[in-house]
Design a protein around this ligand. Structure first.
Ligand code: NAD
Length: 376
């Protein structure tokens, strides 16, 4: 899989703004986008081979000043094809203090023949979509097929797409929700209007959600050192958890004892050991990773009768799949704006070419004016 061909105009970068991404969703239909994304992600995981697709661990800066947050970069190189890189910010005070999403990102596509930036796309909505789709892909294998009760702890932006994606593959009867912020609980029903779900949504508490859910998604912005979200709670024997919120050293949502009793599947083990729930675990408690489970599904469906956890930290492969999909749709629908971002001139060896083309008198006049201003 490769990003759609944008090479025909070497000096043009295709920009897909938030409005373009939204137009893709509106014109293609929200459920079709999610269903296609789930399907594409499954295919990408089935055919993934580390010799073909390189995904070095993400890196970044975390800081306390001016606010607590981090900016990190998540690169992927599809051998012989493009480099795709998401740059993502996590600033948990954004919603309450600045009315901005906690996760803000953009995704760039680079040509490996020339270094040219072929495209750049909003990453906010694509990230939420692909994070939901990822939980759906793994839940199809590890969760009970007839799961009826879906729990959500943390009801922010990711919770909306978790519910959307999961409800595309399960027929839920009841959704139990909890968030430490009451206004977030109160606004949840309104925020999922677009999903048009005929299902009961009930505010609950963490204990009841863990006890009653068949599938649970934890998507909180819990502070480093403040986890886990629950302790000493009995769950159903087959509970499957998509643990989405733990993606930073010291930030955890699931108690150690619960992890030790469960089949734990990390999305990207190397990263999950540093940032995910796996940072709490000795190697013997960590199960097969996401790729292994997807590529050998028949060996893992038996776990749907046991406690299972998807340790979702976020992997560049997911961003690659969603970027390809949106670029493909945008080209088909004629969306996006082409800009000349890079200085690509007729004479590749003269970065001053644009100056050389100006009349000599103008250049001299400008130089004299500059010298005069310096003398003042
Ligand atoms: N795994 C991935 O690929 C991936 C992708 C995107 C985001 N994330 C992570 O998912 C989490 C949620 O992201 P978001 O965009 O929905 O953020 P958000 O700010 O929109 O929502 C997070 C919610 O968690 C709530 N919360 C915080 N502490 C809580 C607690 N102790 N108990 C219950 N609720 C609590 C907040 O009130 C907030 O409503 C973040 O930690 C983010 O880093 C992971």
């Amino acid at each position: 899989m490769n990003c759609p061909d944008m090479e025909r105009k070497i000096n043009k970068t295709l920009v897909l703004s938030a409005q373009d991404v939204q137009q893709v969703v509106l014109q293609k239909e929200l459920n079709k986008v999610m269903d296609t994304l789930i399907e594409r992600l499954e295919k990408a995981l089935q055919s993934y081979h580390p010799d073909e697709v390189k995904t070095p661990m993400r890196s970044g800066f975390n800081y306390e000043n001016p606010v607590t947050g981090l900016i990190e970069w998540m690169p992927l190189y599809h051998k012989g094809n493009d480099v795709v890189m998401k740059v993502v910010g996590y600033h948990p005070d954004n919603p309450s203090k600045r009315n901005l999403p906690t996760i803000i990102s953009s995704i760039s596509i680079y040509c490996t023949k020339t270094g040219h930036l072929k495209g750049i796309i909003d990453g906010v909505l694509p990230t939420a979509l692909r994070t939901g789709a990822s939980s759906a892909v793994i839940s199809k294998i590890l969760a009970k097929k007839d799961a009826k009760i879906f729990g959500l702890i943390g009801c922010g932006a990711q919770a909306v797409t978790q519910l959307h994606a999961l409800s595309r593959v399960f027929d839920f009867e009841k959704i139990l929700i909890y968030d430490s912020d009451e206004s977030t609980i109160n606004s949840f029903q309104k925020r999922i209007t677009a999903l048009n779900l005929n299902v009961s949504i009930q505010a609950s508490d963490v204990t009841k959600i863990v006890e009653q859910s068949d599938i649970l998604c934890t998507a909180t912005s819990i502070d480093v050192g403040a986890g886990p979200l629950f302790n000493g709670v009995q769950s159903k024997a087959h509970l499957h958890i998509n643990a989405v919120g733990s993606d930073f050293p010291g930030k955890i949502e699931i108690p150690l004892s619960f992890l030790q009793e469960s089949f734990v599947c990390p999305d990207f083990k190397q990263q999950a050991l540093v940032e995910g729930e796996c940072q709490q675990l000795e190697d013997k408690y960590i199960g097969a990773d996401w790729v292994e489970v997807i590529q050998n599904q028949e060996n893992f469906t038996k776990y749907s009768h046991q406690k299972t956890i998807f340790d979702s930290t976020g992997w560049a492969l997911e961003d690659w799949v969603v970027t390809n999909l949106f670029m493909e749709y945008a080209l088909e629908l004629g969306l996006g704006t082409e800009i000349e971002l890079e200085s690509i001139l007729e004479d590749a060896k003269n970065p001053y070419e644009f100056i050389s083309e100006m009349p000599v008198e103008t250049l001299i006049l400008r130089e004299v004016e500059y010298m005069k201003s310096e003398l003042k």
